[in-house]
Design a protein around this ligand. Structure first.
Ligand code: ZN
Length: 398
């Protein structure tokens, strides 16, 4: 090989180690600030991604005819005719596709799914298997069905269409929706399936945690971190896109993470029951973020005073008190951003690592909370163990 040939081969090798470029809308493009997709790298190198896209863990098929949602015993693989797959550009990447095309939707769902898997595997420190292996080695992704819902299940993840805003929006372009479904799959992958009927709270836990994985994953986008912090000037208790999540199952209401609901105030309906647990996870994120700001001299509010403030004040008054404590945000954006990224990763690690200590057959809120406290004690979240317990206690979970 001559020098130029060798240089080209080395460049290709170096670029393969970076993974493959895709473009993702971190939030639906009708939300101000999110009009343009963000370029991300997913872990699979270009020479291991085929048309679809498809790699070793997942593949996309786009049916020509209106496909019915999978429901046992109707399961993958899809046998009907498919539209042409999304194909990489000449450089092996998928960031050239027109956002208005079907191919972009296929690449978008693939990239969102792969990114959530990459993030959770990075917290766990190992590959997360599919719960449906070895029946299926790969996840089948259907980017678009004429159906007002989205679901994941035995071998599949499929996205319908959202009619809630009066126009048809494909769930394929909704990162939260894809990430929520992937959330269910990664929980099953690490914990396994229950072998007998689990406690009722198990189902509520799944919904709360799937939503929270979507939130943690959203916080891996620069666009999201920058917009969130700049809009709120670092005060994350201001209502914003962080706690606004579209309900994607039957009810389609908007759920908020940031609320004061305790166990005694919700019904046993699964989505209602999921709220106190989801909110406790959100509280942990905010508390750890606040503690890091204090530790780094970015806020003069001691973590224990933050706790008192949250219980003594609410609404606008709480926001004002917090804003006062934050001092000058303007010149310290990147320091705040780093604190939020660290808080995100500490909570993400605690959550994902708590799964290894949980038995799905016996998983209720008590067990789930205890596993998180234990996981915090074993990792770098150790200094927050008391705060995590207090949060669960305040929500009447333990
Ligand atoms: Zn769900």
């Amino acid at each position: 090989m001559d020098a130029i040939g060798q240089w080209q081969a080395e460049t290709r090798g170096a670029s393969a180690r970076l993974g493959t470029r895709f473009r993702i809308f971190p939030q639906p493009s009708f939300i101000p600030g999110y009009e343009q997709p963000e370029t991300v790298w997913i872990s699979t190198p270009p020479d291991r991604i085929g048309p679809g896209p498809a790699d070793r863990r997942m593949y996309v098929i786009d049916p020509v005819l209106a496909k019915a949602p999978y429901e046992f015993p109707y399961l993958p693989p899809y046998a009907g005719a498919c539209n042409p797959p999304a194909i990489a550009g000449p450089d092996g990447h998928f960031d050239h596709l027109d956002p208005a095309s079907r191919e972009f939707q296929a690449a978008h769902v693939f990239a969102c799914s792969r990114r959530v898997l990459d993030i959770c595997e990075s917290y766990l420190g190992r590959e997360i298997p599919w719960f449906f292996q070895p029946t299926y080695e790969r996840l089948e992704i259907v980017p678009r069905l004429p159906w007002g819902n989205a679901q994941s299940g035995f071998g599949f993840l499929e996205m319908g269409e959202d009619e809630a805003r009066g126009t048809t929006q494909p769930f394929a372009l909704n990162f939260d929706a894809v990430a929520h479904e992937m959330g269910h799959l990664v929980i099953f992958g690490v914990m396994g399936l229950p072998r007998r009927e689990p406690p009722h709270e198990y189902y509520a836990y799944h919904e709360a945690v799937a939503d929270f994985i979507a939130l943690i994953s959203l916080l891996h986008f620069d666009t999201a971190l920058d917009l969130l912090l700049r809009r709120t000037r670092g005060n994350l208790l201001v209502v914003n896109e962080l706690d606004r999540f579209a309900e994607l199952s039957d009810e389609k209401q908007v759920r908020l993470f940031s609320h004061s609901l305790k166990m005694g105030e919700v019904s046993s309906e699964v989505h209602d029951l999921s709220k106190p647990f989801g909110a406790a996870l959100f509280d942990m994120l905010i508390e750890i973020y606040q503690a890091l700001l204090f530790e780094r001299g970015l806020s003069d509010l001691h973590p224990s005073d933050f706790w008192n403030l949250r219980t003594d004040y609410s609404g606008g008054e709480l926001e004002d008190q917090l804003s006062l404590s934050l001092g000058s945000y303007q010149s310290r954006h990147f320091a705040f951003k780093s604190a939020l990224a660290d808080a995100r990763d500490i909570v993400g690690e605690i959550l994902v690592r708590s799964w290894s200590g949980l038995e799905p057959d016996r998983l209720d809120y008590q067990a789930a909370a205890a596993a998180m406290v234990a996981a915090a004690g074993e990792g770098r979240g150790g200094m927050f163990t008391d705060r995590i317990e207090d949060n669960f206690a305040w929500r009447e979970i333990i």
